[in-house]
Design a protein around this ligand. Structure first.
Ligand SMILES: Nc1ncnc2c1ncn2[C@@H]1O[C@H](COP(=O)(O)OP(=O)(O)OP(=O)(O)O)[C@@H](O)[C@H]1O
Ligand SMILES: [Mg+2]
Length: 218
Protein backbone atom coordinates (compact mmCIF):
# COMPACT_ATOMS: atom_id res chain seq x y z
CA UNK A 1 0.00 0.00 0.00
CA UNK A 2 1.36 3.45 -0.93
CA UNK A 3 -0.83 5.44 1.45
CA UNK A 4 -2.85 4.29 4.45
CA UNK A 5 -4.49 7.26 6.18
CA UNK A 6 -6.67 6.70 9.25
CA UNK A 7 -9.03 8.99 11.17
CA UNK A 8 -7.40 12.24 10.15
CA UNK A 9 -8.63 15.37 11.87
CA UNK A 10 -7.53 18.93 11.15
CA UNK A 11 -8.76 22.30 12.39
CA UNK A 12 -7.57 25.78 11.60
CA UNK A 13 -7.55 28.65 14.07
CA UNK A 14 -9.80 31.52 13.00
CA UNK A 15 -10.83 34.86 14.47
CA UNK A 16 -13.71 33.27 16.37
CA UNK A 17 -12.30 29.95 17.48
CA UNK A 18 -11.18 26.84 15.72
CA UNK A 19 -12.64 25.72 12.37
CA UNK A 20 -12.86 21.92 12.02
CA UNK A 21 -11.99 21.04 8.41
CA UNK A 22 -11.33 17.28 8.46
CA UNK A 23 -13.39 15.13 10.84
CA UNK A 24 -11.90 11.64 10.78
CA UNK A 25 -10.97 10.91 7.18
CA UNK A 26 -9.51 7.52 6.20
CA UNK A 27 -8.28 6.41 2.80
CA UNK A 28 -6.00 3.92 1.10
CA UNK A 29 -4.07 4.23 -2.13
CA UNK A 30 -2.43 1.17 -3.67
CA UNK A 31 0.36 1.14 -6.24
CA UNK A 32 -1.04 1.53 -9.73
CA UNK A 33 -4.38 2.77 -8.41
CA UNK A 34 -5.98 6.03 -9.50
CA UNK A 35 -8.30 7.69 -7.00
CA UNK A 36 -10.52 10.71 -7.67
CA UNK A 37 -11.18 13.01 -4.73
CA UNK A 38 -14.38 14.98 -5.16
CA UNK A 39 -16.39 17.29 -2.93
CA UNK A 40 -17.76 20.80 -2.96
CA UNK A 41 -15.60 23.87 -2.51
CA UNK A 42 -14.43 24.13 1.11
CA UNK A 43 -15.04 20.43 1.89
CA UNK A 44 -11.35 19.95 2.80
CA UNK A 45 -9.86 18.38 -0.35
CA UNK A 46 -6.74 20.56 -0.56
CA UNK A 47 -6.26 20.34 3.21
CA UNK A 48 -6.30 16.53 2.95
CA UNK A 49 -3.86 16.55 0.03
CA UNK A 50 -1.46 18.78 1.95
CA UNK A 51 -1.49 16.32 4.86
CA UNK A 52 -0.83 13.34 2.56
CA UNK A 53 1.97 15.33 0.89
CA UNK A 54 3.67 15.82 4.29
CA UNK A 55 3.33 19.58 3.87
CA UNK A 56 1.18 19.95 6.95
CA UNK A 57 0.36 17.74 9.94
CA UNK A 58 -3.00 16.45 11.16
CA UNK A 59 -4.24 17.22 14.68
CA UNK A 60 -4.78 13.48 15.12
CA UNK A 61 -4.78 10.31 13.07
CA UNK A 62 -2.19 8.30 11.22
CA UNK A 63 -0.68 8.53 7.73
CA UNK A 64 1.47 5.62 6.62
CA UNK A 65 3.39 6.43 3.45
CA UNK A 66 5.05 3.30 2.16
CA UNK A 67 4.63 1.91 5.68
CA UNK A 68 6.28 4.91 7.36
CA UNK A 69 4.33 7.13 9.78
CA UNK A 70 4.50 10.75 8.57
CA UNK A 71 1.73 12.26 10.70
CA UNK A 72 4.04 12.79 13.64
CA UNK A 73 7.34 13.09 11.80
CA UNK A 74 9.53 16.18 12.32
CA UNK A 75 10.18 18.85 9.68
CA UNK A 76 13.44 17.39 8.38
CA UNK A 77 11.96 13.92 7.93
CA UNK A 78 8.89 15.29 6.20
CA UNK A 79 11.06 17.38 3.84
CA UNK A 80 12.88 14.20 2.84
CA UNK A 81 9.57 12.37 2.29
CA UNK A 82 8.35 15.20 0.04
CA UNK A 83 11.58 15.15 -1.92
CA UNK A 84 11.86 11.38 -2.32
CA UNK A 85 8.34 9.97 -2.42
CA UNK A 86 5.77 12.59 -3.43
CA UNK A 87 4.88 14.37 -6.63
CA UNK A 88 2.52 17.24 -5.91
CA UNK A 89 0.63 19.40 -8.38
CA UNK A 90 -0.70 22.40 -6.47
CA UNK A 91 -4.05 23.98 -7.17
CA UNK A 92 -2.18 27.28 -7.80
CA UNK A 93 0.72 25.58 -9.69
CA UNK A 94 3.47 27.27 -7.58
CA UNK A 95 5.95 27.45 -10.45
CA UNK A 96 9.19 29.25 -9.66
CA UNK A 97 8.92 32.67 -11.35
CA UNK A 98 12.68 33.15 -11.81
CA UNK A 99 13.13 29.82 -13.64
CA UNK A 100 12.19 29.13 -17.26
CA UNK A 101 10.02 26.16 -18.25
CA UNK A 102 12.98 23.82 -18.73
CA UNK A 103 14.39 24.63 -15.29
CA UNK A 104 10.97 24.45 -13.64
CA UNK A 105 10.43 21.02 -15.19
CA UNK A 106 13.77 19.76 -13.89
CA UNK A 107 13.59 21.45 -10.48
CA UNK A 108 12.03 18.69 -8.32
CA UNK A 109 14.11 15.96 -9.95
CA UNK A 110 17.33 17.93 -9.40
CA UNK A 111 16.36 18.51 -5.79
CA UNK A 112 15.82 14.77 -5.38
CA UNK A 113 19.12 13.95 -7.12
CA UNK A 114 17.19 12.09 -9.82
CA UNK A 115 17.43 14.44 -12.79
CA UNK A 116 17.25 12.54 -16.06
CA UNK A 117 17.57 14.83 -19.09
CA UNK A 118 16.05 12.30 -21.49
CA UNK A 119 12.97 11.72 -19.30
CA UNK A 120 12.58 15.49 -18.85
CA UNK A 121 12.68 15.95 -22.63
CA UNK A 122 10.09 13.18 -23.01
CA UNK A 123 7.83 14.85 -20.48
CA UNK A 124 8.19 18.24 -22.21
CA UNK A 125 7.36 16.63 -25.51
CA UNK A 126 4.37 14.64 -24.24
CA UNK A 127 2.97 17.64 -22.38
CA UNK A 128 3.32 19.90 -25.42
CA UNK A 129 5.95 22.09 -23.78
CA UNK A 130 8.92 21.42 -26.05
CA UNK A 131 8.64 24.82 -27.78
CA UNK A 132 8.16 26.71 -24.52
CA UNK A 133 11.26 25.62 -22.61
CA UNK A 134 12.83 29.12 -22.62
CA UNK A 135 9.71 30.90 -21.40
CA UNK A 136 9.15 32.04 -17.84
CA UNK A 137 5.92 31.25 -15.97
CA UNK A 138 4.54 34.78 -16.45
CA UNK A 139 4.85 34.24 -20.21
CA UNK A 140 2.72 31.09 -20.14
CA UNK A 141 -1.05 30.64 -20.22
CA UNK A 142 -2.79 29.09 -17.22
CA UNK A 143 -3.13 25.76 -19.01
CA UNK A 144 0.53 25.78 -20.04
CA UNK A 145 1.59 26.53 -16.45
CA UNK A 146 -0.62 23.68 -15.30
CA UNK A 147 1.18 21.29 -17.68
CA UNK A 148 4.60 22.49 -16.46
CA UNK A 149 3.46 21.79 -12.89
CA UNK A 150 2.40 18.25 -13.91
CA UNK A 151 5.74 17.60 -15.64
CA UNK A 152 7.71 18.96 -12.71
CA UNK A 153 5.87 16.63 -10.33
CA UNK A 154 6.46 13.58 -12.55
CA UNK A 155 10.10 14.29 -13.42
CA UNK A 156 11.55 12.53 -10.34
CA UNK A 157 9.25 9.51 -11.02
CA UNK A 158 7.59 9.68 -7.59
CA UNK A 159 5.76 6.58 -6.31
CA UNK A 160 2.80 8.81 -5.41
CA UNK A 161 1.34 11.64 -7.49
CA UNK A 162 -1.05 13.99 -5.68
CA UNK A 163 -2.74 16.44 -8.02
CA UNK A 164 -5.08 19.23 -6.96
CA UNK A 165 -7.44 19.98 -9.85
CA UNK A 166 -4.66 19.61 -12.42
CA UNK A 167 -7.08 20.30 -15.25
CA UNK A 168 -9.20 22.93 -13.49
CA UNK A 169 -8.07 25.73 -15.81
CA UNK A 170 -8.57 23.89 -19.05
CA UNK A 171 -11.43 23.55 -21.49
CA UNK A 172 -13.05 20.10 -21.65
CA UNK A 173 -11.15 18.81 -24.67
CA UNK A 174 -7.77 19.98 -23.33
CA UNK A 175 -8.61 18.64 -19.86
CA UNK A 176 -9.36 15.23 -21.36
CA UNK A 177 -6.03 15.31 -23.21
CA UNK A 178 -4.09 16.30 -20.11
CA UNK A 179 -5.78 13.57 -18.06
CA UNK A 180 -4.87 11.08 -20.83
CA UNK A 181 -1.24 12.15 -20.40
CA UNK A 182 -1.35 11.95 -16.62
CA UNK A 183 -2.89 8.46 -16.73
CA UNK A 184 -0.39 7.26 -19.34
CA UNK A 185 2.58 8.64 -17.43
CA UNK A 186 1.32 7.30 -14.10
CA UNK A 187 0.84 3.86 -15.69
CA UNK A 188 4.32 4.01 -17.21
CA UNK A 189 5.99 4.93 -13.94
CA UNK A 190 3.78 2.61 -11.85
CA UNK A 191 2.83 5.47 -9.53
CA UNK A 192 -0.41 5.76 -7.55
CA UNK A 193 -2.53 8.82 -8.33
CA UNK A 194 -4.82 10.80 -6.06
CA UNK A 195 -6.47 13.57 -8.04
CA UNK A 196 -8.86 16.25 -6.88
CA UNK A 197 -11.44 17.12 -9.48
CA UNK A 198 -14.78 18.90 -9.64
CA UNK A 199 -15.63 17.03 -12.82
CA UNK A 200 -17.69 13.85 -12.47
CA UNK A 201 -16.77 13.11 -16.09
CA UNK A 202 -13.04 13.09 -15.27
CA UNK A 203 -13.58 11.32 -11.93
CA UNK A 204 -15.31 8.48 -13.79
CA UNK A 205 -12.09 7.80 -15.73
CA UNK A 206 -10.16 6.96 -12.55
CA UNK A 207 -10.29 3.56 -10.88
CA UNK A 208 -11.94 4.72 -7.64
CA UNK A 209 -13.71 7.72 -6.23
CA UNK A 210 -13.77 9.24 -2.73
CA UNK A 211 -16.26 11.99 -1.94
CA UNK A 212 -15.67 14.49 0.86
CA UNK A 213 -18.57 16.31 2.43
CA UNK A 214 -17.87 18.86 5.16
CA UNK A 215 -14.63 17.15 6.09
CA UNK A 216 -15.94 13.57 6.16
CA UNK A 217 -15.94 10.78 3.60
CA UNK A 218 -19.49 10.60 2.28
N1 LIG B 1 -4.54 27.76 6.47
C1 LIG B 1 -5.85 27.88 6.71
N2 LIG B 1 -6.29 28.66 7.72
C2 LIG B 1 -7.62 28.77 8.00
N3 LIG B 1 -8.58 28.13 7.31
C3 LIG B 1 -8.19 27.35 6.28
C4 LIG B 1 -6.81 27.19 5.93
N4 LIG B 1 -6.75 26.34 4.88
C5 LIG B 1 -8.02 26.01 4.58
N5 LIG B 1 -8.88 26.60 5.42
C6 LIG B 1 -10.36 26.42 5.44
O1 LIG B 1 -10.61 25.04 5.43
C7 LIG B 1 -11.74 24.73 4.62
C8 LIG B 1 -11.36 23.70 3.59
O2 LIG B 1 -10.43 24.28 2.68
P1 LIG B 1 -9.79 23.47 1.49
O3 LIG B 1 -8.85 24.39 0.79
O4 LIG B 1 -9.25 22.20 1.99
O5 LIG B 1 -11.09 23.18 0.61
P2 LIG B 1 -11.23 22.51 -0.83
O6 LIG B 1 -12.13 21.34 -0.70
O7 LIG B 1 -9.87 22.27 -1.41
O8 LIG B 1 -11.99 23.65 -1.66
P3 LIG B 1 -11.82 24.10 -3.22
O9 LIG B 1 -12.60 23.09 -4.03
O10 LIG B 1 -12.46 25.45 -3.25
O11 LIG B 1 -10.36 24.15 -3.57
C9 LIG B 1 -12.22 26.06 4.06
O12 LIG B 1 -13.29 26.52 4.86
C10 LIG B 1 -11.03 26.97 4.20
O13 LIG B 1 -11.41 28.29 4.35
MG1 LIG C 1 -8.83 23.09 -2.97
Amino acid sequence: MLIEARNLTKSFPTGDGSLPVLNGVSLDLAAGETLALTGESGSGKSTLLHLLAALDQPDSGSILLGGEEIATMGDTGRAAIRRDRIGLVFQQFNLIPSLDTGANLAFQARLAGRHDAAWCATLADRLGLADLLDRYPEQLSGGQQQRVAIGRALAPRPPVLLADEPTGNLDEATADGVLDMILELVTETGAGLLMVTHSTRLAARLSRRLHLSQGSVA
